[in-house]
Design a protein around this ligand. Structure first.
Ligand code: NAG
Length: 298
């Protein structure tokens, strides 16, 4: 155990130094262009998570069409939907390539005797290249461990897919001021073995468990605080450039009323939306959130 964590640390350290060299080279001749790349690197990403909804294929298609129709050329973000397996094909057909259609989970195994499992290869073969991992409901209700979640992340990356890794603390942990510690443990365990380069295919979703489906929303200030902490943890793991380029979404009772305030915060790069993604009108408003005014340039 000790030896493998030392090995992991060493490999992270060597990746970071390799990466730093790479980027300082880019820096030299990129000049101003790098600044605009930095700004666009974190285009907001707003995605629904349908969970165990809706109950029929017809409803799924109707909802997907409603959501798709509210994406205009002016929508300020990338849009995604994580939908139940049986509806993936139908939703893909309904929305074309206007938005990302992803899976709500994957099995960490490749193939074989795993009844009920869904492999990355199966998903790739139908054109899916995004999945969620680590959602608190998978952790608590389906007893997925940090090791399971790490294995899913590794399998997704190895398969050339993208992952939205969900992390977050319970109310008790929040009240005991353990948010930073919980996020650090969950990030480090889930991302173990994932290189700095592969981080371009990782999106983080911070979801305080006490705010999921409860109607309680972390204030934009609380969320910003935790997002900044998570970014600092990523700086420690992968260096500043990777941390700056990684999108950190907020999840937990995001609504048309709360979205503008949340997305105005500098470290909140989008949202993972539960309940409100089941109503096309609400979700349509969320993906067309009001952009905060650009900061004044001195
Ligand atoms: C990362 O972002 C911070 C805050 O915007 C900025 O000060 C810093 O220069 C950035 N670092 C890199 C390596 O881009």
């Amino acid at each position: 155990m000790k030896i493998s964590s030392i090995a992991l640390l060493l490999s992270i350290v060597s990746e970071i130094s390799a990466f730093t060299v790479h980027y300082s080279n880019t820096n030299k001749n990129a000049g101003l262009r790098l600044t605009s790349m930095e700004l666009s690197a974190r285009k907001p990403f707003i995605t629904g998570n349908w969970k165990l909804n809706p109950q029929t294929k017809g409803e799924a298609i109707e909802l997907a069409l409603g959501i798709q129709s509210s994406i205009t050329g002016k929508s300020p973000c990338d849009v995604g939907l994580f939908v139940p397996f049986p509806f993936i094909g139908a939703v893909q057909n309904a929305v074309g390539d206007k938005l990302v259609v992803g899976a709500e989970m994957v099995s960490p195994q490749d193939a074989g005797a795993f009844t009920g499992g869904i492999s990355c290869s199966m998903l790739k073969s139908i054109g899916v290249d995004w999945a969620l991992a680590g959602h608190s409901e998978r952790r608590t209700i389906f007893a997925e461990t940090d090791d399971d979640i790490n294995a899913q992340c590794l399998k997704l990356i190895e398969s050339g897919m993208n992952v939205v890794l969900c992390i977050g603390e319970t109310l008790q942990e929040f009240e005991k001021d353990l948010v930073g510690a919980i996020c650090e443990v969950q990030l480090k365990k889930a991302l173990a073995g994932i290189s700095a380069t592969d981080m371009s295919r990782v999106t983080i979703a911070y979801e305080p468990i006490w705010a999921i489906g409860t109607g309680k929303v972390a204030t934009p200030e609380i969320a910003q605080d935790v997002h900044a902490t998570c970014r600092q943890i990523l700086v420690g793991m992968y260096g500043e450039q990777v941390a700056n380029d990684t999108r950190i979404l907020y999840g937990g009772s995001v609504s048309p009323e709360s979205v503008d305030g949340l997305l105005a915060k500098p470290d909140i790069d989008g949202a993972l939306v539960g309940g409100a993604s089941l109503e096309s009108e609400k979700f349509g408003r969320i993906i067309n959130f009001e952009m905060a005014e650009a900061p004044m340039i001195a």
